[in-house]
Design a protein around this ligand. Structure first.
Ligand code: E4P
Length: 193
C-alpha cells in the first residue's frame, strides 16, 4: 500500500518524507488556503516546491467546474512537473475532462467520490486514481470501508487499473481497514498516521 500525505504544509511534507515511507502528496484548494498560499503564481510555485521535495505523484486540483476551464487549468498544472497528477472533481464535466486528459497522456485523480457508481464512471473515463472520501461517507452514516470493498471488487471484475486512493481518512484504524479492503493508496494528514 502506498502512503500519500494530504497537506500543503512543507514542514509536514518534509517530516513525512524523512520517515522514508512517503510515496506522494495530495492537496486541495482549502489546504493551500490554510497555508496562506494565495494567487495563481504562488499556488503554481508551491506545487513545484512540493514536487521537488517528494519523489512521487503530487495531486494538484483544478478550481474550474466547466470542461474548457478544467482542461486549460489542468494543462497548465501538468506542465509544471512530471509528477503532477491533475485532480478533477466527480461532476459531469469532470468526467469529460478526465477522458480528455487520458487521451492526452495527462494523469488524473478523480476526487470527491462518494459511491461505487461514481468510481466506475471515473475508471471508464481512464482516471489514473480515484479518491473515495471515506471519512465523509462515514459522516453521512454510510460505510466508507464498504465503499472501498465495492470499488475493489468492481475494478478487479473488469481489470480496471485505476488506483484506489482512500481519502478523507481520519484515523490509523481507517488506514488498516483500507489496507484490508484492498485500497492501493491511503492519503491523510500527518497527525492521522
Ligand atoms: C484528498 O485528496 C482530500 O484532500 C482529503 O482527503 C479530504 O479530506 P477531508 O474530508 O478531511 O476534507
Amino acid at each position: 500500500m502506498k502512503f500519500f500525505i494530504d497537506t500543503a504544509n512543507l514542514e509536514q511534507i518534509k517530516e513525512a518524507n524523512e520517515l522514508g515511507v512517503l510515496d506522494g502528496v495530495t492537496t486541495n484548494p482549502s489546504l493551500m488556503a490554510k497555508e496562506g498560499i494565495k494567487g495563481q503564481e504562488a499556488i503554481l510555485n508551491h506545487y513545484v516546491t512540493i514536487c521537488n521535495l517528494v519523489n512521487g505523484p503530487v495531486s494538484a486540483e483544478v478550481i474550474s467546474t466547466d470542461f474548457n476551464g478544467m482542461v486549460k487549468e489542468g494543462e497548465k498544472l501538468a506542465a509544471l512537473h512530471k509528477n503532477i497528477v491533475v485532480k478533477v472533481p466527480m461532476i459531469k464535466d469532470g468526467v469529460k475532462a478526465i477522458k480528455w486528459f487520458t487521451q492526452n497522456n495527462i494523469k488524473t485523480n478523480c476526487t470527491l467520490v462518494f459511491s461505487a457508481a461514481q468510481a466506475l464512471l471515473a475508471a471508464k473515463a481512464g482516471a489514473t486514481m480515484v479518491s473515495p472520501f471515506i471519512g465523509r461517507v462515514d459522516d453521512g452514516n454510510w460505510d466508507g470501508i464498504q465503499l472501498i470493498e465495492q470499488i475493489r471488487l468492481i475494478y478487479d471484475n473488469y481489470g480496471f487499473n485505476t488506483e484506489i486512493l482512500a481519502a478523507s481518512i481520519r484515523t490509523s484504524l481507517h488506514i488498516v481497514r483500507c489496507a484490508e479492503a484492498g485500497a492501493d493508496i491511503a492519503t491523510c494528514p500527518l497527525p492521522s498516521i
